[in-house]
Design a protein around this ligand. Structure first.
Ligand code: BG6
Length: 321
């Protein structure tokens, strides 16, 4: 965020400056649609920022898994802005989708962590996430930095409309507080979180329920449990619980429910009650101070995390998960 987020002051408004995009911002704002394309974690990061992008840009936003877009030969139009999200900047399907978008005349924006990568070189413009080299598979720093960059992108596209000024300023303040206050705070859960896997290590499967701002968090955590712990795990859209997942619930299957405070909180409370009624073995993630409101069962394990602006909560939640 350094050098990109402007804190404002007596005569300067809080704002965002993305140098790599400034010559193309007008075109992006005029595009008929913005299509985000990525795979795995990078796709999940884009999905996590969809609500803020939709609200601030006022432009139709679609999300595409690169391989699926290619399989379907999904249409890309000249009037589209396509945004290619990739940590490495070299993922094959994302690159093929970029070739299609270039052929079809769309504006191509790259969001990568790797300077000089194929996506950085072949897109018209873009933003580097500057997360440092990815060493392990867990990818948390790439995921959180991608979300931060796409939140700044939403702010840049949203421009300076008076109507959303208060909202924009709250998001900018929230971004400033993330690294040194909120993420530092959530890292203090270190020991508590280290104890949790001891309860899960012998299990075959782990479900992660999320919705709204945190559906992507559920998908991302399940992805990494598969890749890092080599254990079956699924991210479940909590609103779809009754249509399949509920049939799996018993006293043995561990389930993580993300129920931090946002517009979906009361719906998640009711999900917790229904899972409890089926004897679900629950670990609930909630906002600090909400343990009593989510722990219907008394026996369920609760992880309390600091609360931040709803759009930015996935950055906090993914760290302990
Ligand atoms: C997945 C990795 O297999 O590939 C993710 O687990 C990664 O962490 C994804 O994001 C796509 O790679 P990239 O480099 O395009 O982000």
């Amino acid at each position: 965020m350094r050098g990109r987020l402007i804190q404002g002051g007596s005569c300067k408004a809080k704002s965002v400056l993305l140098d790599g995009l400034k010559d193309h911002l007008r075109t992006i704002k005029r595009s008929g649609r913005i299509v985000f394309i990525g795979r795995g974690t990078s796709y999940n990061a884009a999905l996590a920022t969809r609500p803020i992008l939709v609200e601030l840009s006022g432009i139709p936003i679609t999300m595409e898994v690169a391989s699926d877009l290619l399989d379907r030969q999904g249409p890309i139009y000249r009037e589209d802005t396509t945004v290619f999200v990739s940590q490495s900047g070299e993922t094959a399907d994302t690159l093929h989708a970029l070739e299609c978008a270039l052929e079809n005349g769309a504006l191509c924006v790259g969001i990568t962590n790797t300077v000089g990568s194929a996506i950085a070189r072949n897109t018209h413009c873009g933003v580097h996430i500057n997360a440092g080299a990815e060493i392990g598979v867990a990818s948390t720093k790439a995921y959180t930095s991608q979300i931060v960059v796409m939140a700044m992108l939403a702010l840049a596209i949203g421009g300076d409309a008076i109507s959303n000024q208060a909202r924009r300023e709250a998001i900018i303040d929230g971004l400033f507080e993330l690294p040194n206050i909120k993420v530092k705070e959530v890292l203090k859960l270190d020991q508590e979180i280290k104890d949790l896997p001891k309860l899960l290590i012998a299990e075959q499967s782990l479900l992660v329920f999320g919705r709204g701002y945190n559906y992507a968090t559920a998908l991302e955590r399940a992805l990494k449990v598969k890749e890092v712990a080599l254990m079956h795990s699924e991210g479940i859209l909590a609103g779809e619980m009754k249509h399949g997942p509920l049939a799996l619930v018993d006293e043995n299957l561990p389930i993580v429910v993300i129920a931090t405070r946002d517009a979906c909180f009361s719906k998640q409370q009711s999900v917790i009650q229904q899972l409890h009624a089926c004897n679900g073995r629950l670990v609930v993630m909630c906002s600090k101070g909400d343990a009593a409101s989510v722990s219907v069962c008394g026996s369920c394990r609760v992880i309390e995390v600091p609360q931040v602006e709803d759009y930015l909560q996935p950055v906090i939640n993914v760290v302990p998960l």
